[in-house]
Ligand binder design. Structure first.
Ligand code: CMP
Length: 138
């Protein structure tokens, strides 16, 4: 069990001014920030990050959306980080998310779902390394 996960606050949430409230909920849930940056992905970078989904019908829409505005990328630490963070954010489709979860509170649709959370320890490490060098994580 790893104690780190990776998240992005997506362009829908940053553009609606939800960044502070989302970070507050993450910190109050017991996660500490080990790396963080405010960044806008190019179309190519978003495509590379989500390459695992490139055969899916929604890939083009996902890449357009994720490169449409600034995001916050962060590495978070907590016991059982990957699973606990996915519980905190709720189901991918906010319509199915539990009351009080980040996606229930802040997301509009399955495509524009406010936050990303890694789905495994292995992907948390890969995704964190996509954004952060060793000098940028603590
Ligand atoms: P995320 O957790 O960032 O990982 C992959 C993303 O693909 C997911 O959140 C959704 O935003 C997006 N996604 C998944 N299914 C669909 C879908 N049916 N239509 C549009 N986007 C989707």
């Amino acid at each position: 069990m790893s104690n780190r996960t990776f998240t992005m606050i997506k362009p829908d949430a940053t553009s609606k001014g939800y960044t502070g409230a989302i970070l507050d909920q993450i910190i109050k849930a017991g996660f500490s920030i080990k790396a963080m940056k405010w960044i806008k992905l190019s179309h190519a970078q978003a495509g590379e990050f989500y390459a695992v989904h490139k055969e899916r019908v929604f890939y083009g829409e996902l890449v357009d959306f994720m490169s449409s505005g600034p995001i916050v990328a962060a590495i978070l630490e907590k016991d059982n980080a990957v699973a606990d963070f996915r519980t905190l954010i709720g189901a991918t489709n906010p319509a199915n998310a539990e009351e009080g979860t980040i996606r229930k509170r802040f997301a509009a649709s399955i495509g524009e779902n406010a936050v990303h959370g890694s789905d495994s320890d292995e992907n948390a490490a890969i995704e964190g390394s996509f954004f952060f060098s060793g000098l940028e994580r603590f």
